[in-house]
Design a protein around this ligand. Structure first.
Ligand SMILES: Nc1ncnc2c1ncn2[C@@H]1O[C@H](COP(=O)(O)OP(=O)(O)OP(=O)(O)O)[C@@H](O)[C@H]1O
Ligand SMILES: [Mn+2]
Length: 424
């Protein structure tokens, strides 16, 4: 009897120890859960050991990252309210409200429908003047809207289903990428960005009557149509922008920022040749950057890297700063190829292994499809379809890779170091 009791008791102790060990490991290991996480596969380059390790974490991501996070619901409602278009908008007040806005957290007003009002005004206000905007390398126009609001207009060069092959910065800017980027930034709560919306301008009604002489000089007959070749570094007479069958030119209409911006070279910029940059050969590159940049700016660069990775913008050669924060300007090189995930756009994240806790919290909130669903819903409020389903799926797939990269960092350095509140 007592032997049986002793045996039973030892068995009980054994089970208790086993349970303890089980819970200790499940609660302490990051990512490496027992069941495999199903991530849509694409061809990836696993020659780098960092990439291999990140992909290991991707295969065993905790399941919370594939389900909707209920904490996002209230934030989604706030966004919907911001972008809802009210019918009776007074546009004369919207420009002064926009230009006189001053706030530490956002470049433009958003709340109580203002974001929607601004987009509606950009989309519909009568054009007063159209000129070339020769800044930068790609064709763009400067529109002056009634009420003296300037707008940059990046014309459509490709249909949404066109796949841009070649290197990560190949091809013309994608107008839809500019607008997609604006909504992406809003969903991620990155508020240092200019409002941007798809607008169609009629060549003979909206452009020619208001075109400057300079713009008229950069127009050319292409068959029956009058087209624009513009004035910019890469502008060529045989690469024109022509109106569609309705006589309209579609483009991204981006609010012009009348502000003094400081321009910096991105430490993680590409060479635009076969030559490798320092960050591409030295995984300890971040140490060097840390010694020359403030932590605040570095965390900001890492936010931008996450943002660029999601849309696959590999062309952020420079960044412009206003009041010590990077403005997300020039987002047209995203959404080129939905089957490509260039992981090295995330180099600032996996080489520095730090991320702002605010950014991480928001990223965790938009899991399970919320990110792209919200972009779709917000864009639809202004009658826009910003990308093909393949691109929306690709953005979700890349979000999983961002989660995996942060898990890789936590696995390597511990949560406290990666998510330390550096700014306090
Ligand atoms: N919305 C804006 N408001 C004010 N200035 C802007 C805006 N967008 C762009 N700029 C200015 O114009 C410059 C060129 O714009 P952008 O980078 O979008 O053009 P790009 O043709 O893609 O240039 P690049 O080929 O150099 O990347 C920017 O560096 C910035 O200084
Ligand atoms: Mn550019």
């Amino acid at each position: 009897m007592s032997m049986n009791y002793a045996f039973g008791f030892s068995l009980f102790l054994l089970i208790l120890v086993a349970l303890n060990i089980y819970f200790f490991y499940t609660l302490n290991t990051v990512g490496l859960k027992s069941h495999k996480f199903n991530v849509p596969t694409i061809n990836v380059d696993l020659t780098s050991t960092v990439f291999k390790e990140i992909y290991d974490y991707l295969n065993y991501l905790p399941s919370q990252y594939k389900t909707i996070n209920s904490k996002f619901g209230s934030h989604q409602n706030i966004l919907l309210n911001s972008f809802n278009v009210s019918k009776n908008i007074k546009i004369d007040t919207i420009w002064s409200e926009t230009q006189n806005w001053f706030n530490e957290d956002s470049l433009f007003p958003h709340d109580n429908g203002t974001a929607g009002k601004i987009l509606h005004a950009i989309q519909t206000t009568q054009i007063a003047l159209v000129d070339n905007a020769p800044k930068g390398t790609q064709l763009k126009l400067l529109l002056l809207l009634e009420g003296k609001q300037k707008i940059y207009f990046k014309p459509k060069r490709y249909n949404l289903n066109h796949v841009v092959n070649g290197n990560i910065y190949a091809g013309f800017d994608r107008h839809n990428s500019e607008v997609f980027a604006y909504y992406l930034a809003m969903v991620l709560n990155f508020r240092w960005i200019a409002p941007s919306v798809i607008r169609k301008i009629h060549l003979h009604k909206d452009v020619i009557p208001f075109a400057t002489m300079g713009l008229k000089k950069t127009m050319i007959k292409n068959g029956n149509a009058l087209c624009i070749y513009g004035k910019c570094f890469y502008c060529k007479k045989n690469e024109t922008v022509c109106p569609d069958q309705n006589g309209e030119i579609e483009g991204a209409a981006i609010l012009y920022l009348n502000k003094q911006l400081k321009i910096h070279k991105t430490p993680w910029r590409r060479s635009y040749s076969n030559r490798k940059m320092e960050w591409e050969v030295d995984n300890a590159f971040c140490k060097k950057v840390k010694s020359s940049l403030s932590t605040k700016l570095l965390l900001n660069i890492i936010d931008v890297a996450v943002f660029d990775f999601l849309i696959q913008n590999g062309d952020r050669h420079h960044f412009e700063v206003y009041r010590d924060k990077i403005i997300l300007l020039d987002n047209g090189k995203g959404l080129g190829n939905p089957t490509v995930d260039e992981l090295d756009i995330l180099a600032p994240l996996y080489q520095c292994c730090m991320i702002s806790p605010f950014t991480w919290q928001r990223l965790e909130m938009v899991s399970g499809g919320s990110l792209t669903n919200t972009i779709k819903i917000l864009a639809a409020l202004h009658n826009q379809n910003l990308a093909t389903e393949e691109h929306f799926k690709a953005v979700e797939r890349r979000l999983l890779k961002v989660y995996a990269t942060v898990q890789y960092c936590i696995g390597k350095h511990g949560r406290a170091k990666v998510l330390k509140n550096w700014l306090i």
